[in-house]
Design a protein around this ligand. Structure first.
Ligand SMILES: NC(=O)c1ccc[n+]([C@@H]2O[C@H](COP(=O)([O-])OP(=O)(O)OC[C@H]3O[C@@H](n4cnc5c(N)ncnc54)[C@H](OP(=O)(O)O)[C@@H]3O)[C@@H](O)[C@H]2O)c1
Length: 242
């Protein structure tokens, strides 16, 4: 039986995907492990099965205010980048035991191109904003996919970067008023439902692409991220989680 682990499987797109899948679906939320914590993320990896067919990276948080975790990481970056890096690398041995393994990372590829990794200040001590932090996570996730594929060239694990674009997932709850109402109404009017957004993700899990790395924007292929900075990000992450 197929085993699918969904980090961020208790709400929004991840939950809609979890409820559409057959097999053993491990839908994880903050009650299972606080993925803003490197220690808790590592402990979670140790608790997960030793054979996994697919890993979905869907856990994320937005924050209007800059929050630093007890381990010294900016929180948006901790859950959006560090945890995803640790989960992908930490669960790779379990994925390699599957005949057809895949990592599906819900990220920003091919979407808004603004934002960048703040190499000299990744915790955003200067100029923090929700947008800056969110876009840094989006760009870094594009590089996570490129980096994984580059680091494990012989791996059977296919890495898919997928931007679902605007989804009415309930994410407006992260905002304070009046933005909560504005984003909530905009999501209702312009966003896809989480159920609709999950359908192509289920199709990808049922029939993974053959290429080691694929980048899709709402199902449409987009150019792969430039791998030039992927190694640089990997070294930065290694130093931050050492
Ligand atoms: N929605 C969109 O329009 C959109 C567009 C592009 C990309 N994306 C990306 O798609 C992914 C899913 O988005 P979504 O809108 O479905 O998100 P969402 O509804 O906010 O759900 C977030 C998930 O992350 C989990 N989570 C939050 N904090 C956590 C923590 N500290 N530890 C562990 N798990 C935690 C939540 O679990 P609990 O509820 O149990 O805390 C929940 O399952 C995100 O990465 C987002 O960046 C979304």
């Amino acid at each position: 039986m197929r085993t699918v682990v969904i980090a961020g499987g208790t709400r929004g797109i991840g939950r809609a995907l979890a409820s559409s899948l057959d097999g053993d679906v491990i839908a994880l939320g903050s009650a299972d492990a606080d993925l803003t914590s490197v220690a808790q993320t590592r402990a979670l990896i140790d608790r997960l099965p030793d054979r996994i067919d697919a890993l979905v990276l869907s856990a994320g948080q937005f924050s209007r205010r800059r929050v630093v975790t007890a381990e010294g990481h900016e929180r948006t970056f901790a859950i959006g980048v560090l945890a995803r890096h640790l989960l992908a690398d930490g669960l790779r041995p379990a994925l390699e035991r599957s005949p057809n393994p895949m990592i599906l990372n819900l990220c920003g590829v091919g979407g808004i191109r603004s934002g960048h990794v703040h190499w000299d200040d990744p915790t955003l001590t200067r100029g923090y904003s929700l947008f800056t932090a969110t876009m840094q996570v989006a760009r870094a996730n594009d590089l996570l996919g490129a980096g994984f594929a580059g680091r494990y060239p012989g791996s059977r694990v296919r890495y898919v970067l997928y931007n679902p674009l605007f989804v009415d997932s309930g994410m407006h709850r992260h905002f304070d008023q009046p933005m909560r109402t504005v984003v909530g109404v905009a999501a209702k009017v312009f966003g896809q439902s989480a159920t609709k957004a999950a359908a192509p993700l289920k199709a990808l899990l049922d029939d993974p692409p053959t290429a080691p790395l694929t980048a899709l924007r709402r199902g449409e292929p987009v150019p792969l991220p430039d791998p030039a900075d992927a190694a640089r990000l990997y070294e930065m992450l290694r130093a931050r989680v050492a």
